[in-house]
Design a protein around this ligand. Structure first.
Ligand SMILES: *Cc1c(COP(=O)(O)O)cnc(C)c1O
Length: 427
């Protein structure tokens, strides 16, 4: 493996053209693959030979992009999925089933919260949500004998809390379970969770990795460092024969580096089928090529916008880890010295009505249920995604009526600030 820097890997990892080969990664838009003999295909099914046979399990284009993301995170194996939701579901369900328990930070994306609290609960998996800023004692007290994983988001969407990665990793490891972190907002350009003790990383590639609002997708990357064999009784799915897959024992056949992702591919992807299309993976790859340039610009622009909003008299409060007064400023500097992300949350002075008026006056910034896009976009949850809730219910959900989530894009920052200024001043 090469030792290139991350911006080189964003362009070059995962695919190397042969002599005379296409400069661009080919899109292998084929559901199936042809063989000369059924013996050969049999060896593929028995996992005795590696190769492709059906795109629901694996596709060369998807695998090249997965290999690139694996390299960016510094992992041992990775897979792509059709959405971030699928990635977080597979990441947990690969090691926790009916009768098991997981611990999750309470400050996570709403879709993931529902997945854990409603859908996975119905599948018999219990979840304990902990305050991301809880003490070590509170965190330790959440573990049960059947706990199989700890989950969190490096920067939470939309709460923008920054997780104490080392504290969560130490607690997980002291109880013999892996730490799974959703690294969607920082991306590996700004944070590499494996370097701080995290074991498995997930992504909604829909956000910065794609970056152009083109494709919904997800990724899981394994560090290959968690020792499943040391806690074999906790993880029988990885350490004992899988009768549904020709009796293969994943840790034995694929080692610690490959066991987790192989199981998630040949068992969960086989049965649940959340495979992204090769064409979408190709588009994601185009996004990845410029990820470092875009992240730098998102952070620069967001810093300037946060400072502008912080000083403006029409804003009640601003939350952004790059502001020196922010609760997460020091922690963000430690884990993300080059910057965090382009998302800012703030309150419009005057509450719900004022926030609605402000939104209506914006000319450049688009109103959209999206974040982490090259184009600036904005959402007022109280009048859109959370509009069925009254002010008390909103407060209980941690989303105040005046809260606006702004995803700062990579336009000229002067135009973004001018738009915000005219909208705030017209309230
Ligand atoms: C959007 C998002 C998800 C869900 O991803 P989809 O690609 O929309 O399924 C998960 N985690 C975080 C942090 C997100 O922002």
């Amino acid at each position: 493996m090469s030792d290139y820097h991350i911006s080189t890997d964003c362009l070059r990892a995962g695919y190397r053209p042969e002599n005379g080969g296409p400069r661009n990664m080919p899109i292998i838009q084929s559901t199936t693959f042809r063989y000369d003999s059924s013996e050969e295909m049999g060896m593929l099914f028995d996992l005795e030979k590696s190769g492709y046979f059906y795109t629901r399990l694996q596709n060369p284009t998807n695998d090249m992009v997965a290999a690139k993301i694996c390299r960016l995170e510094g992992g041992s194996a990775a897979m792509l999925l059709s959405s971030g939701q699928a990635a977080n579901f597979y990441a947990v369900f690969n090691i926790a089933g009916c009768g098991d328990h997981i611990i999750s930070s309470a400050a996570i994306y709403g879709g993931t919260y529902n997945l854990f609290a409603v859908t996975m609960k119905r599948m018999g998996i219990q979840v304990t949500f902990v305050d991301p800023d809880c003490s070590e004692e509170e965190l330790a007290a959440a573990f049960l004998p059947n706990t199989k994983a700890v989950f969190g988001e490096v920067i939470a969407n939309p709460a923008l809390t920054v997780l104490d990665i080392e504290k969560f990793a130490e607690a997980a490891h002291a109880h013999g379970v892996p730490l799974i972190l959703d690294n969607t907002f920082p991306t590996p350009v700004n944070c590499r969770p494996f370097e701080w003790g995290c074991d498995i990383v997930t992504h909604s590639t829909t956000k910065y990795m794609d970056g152009h609002a083109l494709t919904v997708g997800g990724a899981i990357v394994d560090s290959g460092k968690f020792d499943w064999n040391a806690y074999a009784e906790k993880f029988p799915g990885l350490t004992t024969p899988d009768e549904s897959y020709h009796g293969v024992t994943y840790t034995q056949r694929f080692g610690l580096e490959g066991a987790y992702i192989t199981k998630a591919t040949v068992q969960l992807m086989r049965d649940l089928g959340s495979i992204p299309s090769p064409h979408n993976c190709f588009l994601l790859n185009v996004g990845l090529e410029t990820l470092p340039l875009r992240m730098k610009k998102h952070c620069e622009n967001a810093q300037a916008v946060a400072e502008f909003l912080d000083k403006h008299e029409q804003t009640a409060w601003v939350q952004y880890a790059g502001l020196p007064g922010d609760k997460y400023y020091d922690r963000a500097k430690k884990y993300m010295p080059q910057g965090t992300c382009g998302v800012i949350v703030f309150g419009v002075r005057g509450g719900r009505a004022a926030a609605e008026k402000f939104m209506g006056r914006l000319k450049l910034i688009s109103i959209a249920t999206h974040v982490a896009d090259a184009q600036s976009c904005i959402l007022h949850p109280a009048s859109s995604t959370h509009r069925q809730m009254n002010d008390e219910e909103l407060a209980a959900a941690g989303v105040s009526a005046d809260l606006v989530r702004l995803s700062v894009g990579i336009e000229d920052v002067r135009d973004i600030i001018t738009d915000l200024m005219q909208a705030l001043e017209g309230i």
